[in-house]
Design a protein around this ligand. Structure first.
Ligand code: ARG
Length: 458
């Protein structure tokens, strides 16, 4: 069965049928195609375009098809051009000839946009709630490991001592932005395009707001040409997913680095790592590596859809059928990486002593020494240069800031008093941080507790 064909004298060649077919992938939209069609039929009856009894028969038939789809019993027909054709064909089997009415005041151009929007709306909500779960894990880990001290890095060089909990909370905030982006996408996904028909709307007296209400859309699209041309909501979703995947690739990289022998900051759970076929000693972070790599696939999807849409004349063009595989691949990738981290992260063990010892003697409290001098009225530039010289002296003498005697400090400046030996301790460096949003214990505790109440209120 085809939804067109009257004006053709000859059938399309097999190759054309195969080339243009989308049933192999758009079958994912089956459920939404039924739900959307049910709403359309109810509206047609309400507007008296079809009769109440026709509507009833069609709705019952579609509900049967829907239950077959939901229980995995529906056999997709490879000979149908797309999912819309396939469901229509099935409807004929259940309802007979009256199935012909469902394409009154509807085209596949607005139908496909509707299906995709409903599908993406559900998937986006699922992704948002999984991100909330991941945020909860970060907050829990931060709370459990509140007192672990570690080197903070810039340029992957020891920079200043930080709390591990502060570092973990950085991911909480990255994820909060991701969620925010997905929620913004949702606003633009959640617009009901049906009734735009092929591109010009319809001469039937349809009730688009009623369809929107039935399908839980707060708004209807306002321009029929834009409605069937628009795939911005797809692009935005994949763009938000790309940034999210970039965040998870950074997390992956840190876990891979931290699990290396050189860092040895963490131990990954056996159940979430793999071994080597030749080196018996190996425990590899493959799951984190694959997660790091999978961001590439999502970026690829973003470029694919941007390229598909670039330069397309309004309104619907068949090129747009190519949007779906990019969406599906993005959703699968995002969800699989999310599930990996939801399972693995709570089981990561932090090597508290190794992290703490990594800060010892690494000059990462040098800024504290400079600040000490500034508080005694030296300019920061001068203090910076003087402390640089102290570090150089330590390197030459094989010493560190913690082991310098007061005599040695005073060789560089008389402003140093006995309390300098406390100032250079990493713990004290952390305690000294009092600015909002800093790694100071009070600030981190505050950020954990506000994150917790935020998560509770969501
Ligand atoms: N399978 C098509 C798609 O996904 C449905 C719309 C087809 N419309 C058309 N005029 N051929 O885009």
């Amino acid at each position: 069965m085809k939804l067109w064909g009257g004006r053709f004298k000859q059938k399309a060649t097999k190759l054309v049928e195969e080339f243009t077919s989308s049933i192999n992938f758009d079958n994912r939209l089956a459920k939404y195609d039924c739900i959307g069609t049910i709403a359309h039929i109810k509206m047609l009856a309400k507007a008296k375009i079809i009769s109440g009894s026709e509507s009833k028969k069609l709705v019952i038939s579609l509900l049967k098809i829907l239950s077959k789809i939901e229980t995995g019993k529906f056999r997709f027909d490879k000979n149908s051009e797309d999912i819309h054709t396939n469901i229509q064909k099935e409807l004929f089997k259940y309802a007979g000839k009256i199935a012909e009415v469902v394409h009154t005041a509807r085209s596949r151009n607005d139908q496909v946009s509707l299906d995709l929007r409903m599908y993406l709306r559900d998937e986006t909500k699922t992704i948002i709630s999984s991100i909330t779960e991941l945020q909860t894990i970060f907050v829990d880990l931060a709370e459990k490991n509140i007192d672990i001290i570690m080197p903070g890095y810039t340029h992957l060089q020891h920079a200043q001592p930080i709390l591990l909990s502060h570092h973990l909370m950085a991911y909480y905030f990255m994820l909060a932005r991701d969620k925010n982006r997905f929620n913004c996408c949702l606003k633009r996904i959640n617009i009901m395009p049906l009734g735009s028909c092929a591109l010009a709307g319809t001469s039937f007296n349809i009730d688009r707001k009623y369809v929107a209400k039935l399908l839980g859309f707060p708004k209807i699209s306002e321009n029929s040409i834009d409605a069937v041309s628009d795939r911005d909501f797809v692009i935005e979703f994949i763009a938000a997913s790309s940034i999210f995947m970039m965040h998870l690739s950074r997390l992956s990289e840190e876990l891979i680095l931290w699990a290396s022998k050189e860092f040895n900051f963490i131990e990954l759970p056996d159940t979430w790592t793999t071994g080597s076929s030749i080196m018996p000693q190996k425990k590899n972070p493959d799951v984190a590596e694959l997660s790091r790599a999978k961001s590439g696939k999502v970026y690829g999807n973003l470029f694919a859809i941007l390229t598909v849409m670039k330069g397309l004349p309004l309104s619907y063009n068949r090129d747009m059928q190519e949007d779906k595989e990019n969406v599906f691949s993005t959703i699968d990738t995002v969800k699989s990486v999310l599930n990996i981290y939801l399972g693995m992260l709570p089981l990561v063990k932090f090597n508290k002593d190794i992290m703490r010892n990594a800060v010892y003697g690494d000059f990462s409290t040098a800024t504290e020494v400079a600040d000490y001098l500034v508080k005694k009225d030296m300019t920061f530039r001068l203090a910076h240069s003087l402390v640089g010289k102290i570090v150089l002296y330590c390197i030459k003498e094989n010493k560190n800031l913690e082991s310098l005697t007061i005599k040695e400090w005073n060789k560089f400046s008389k402003l140093f008093k006995a309390d300098i030996s406390q100032i250079v301790k990493p713990e004290n460096s952390i305690y000294s941080k009092i600015s909002e949003g800093s790694t100071g214990v009070i600030a981190v505790k505050k950020s954990i507790s506000s994150a917790k109440s935020h998560l509770r209120s969501e």
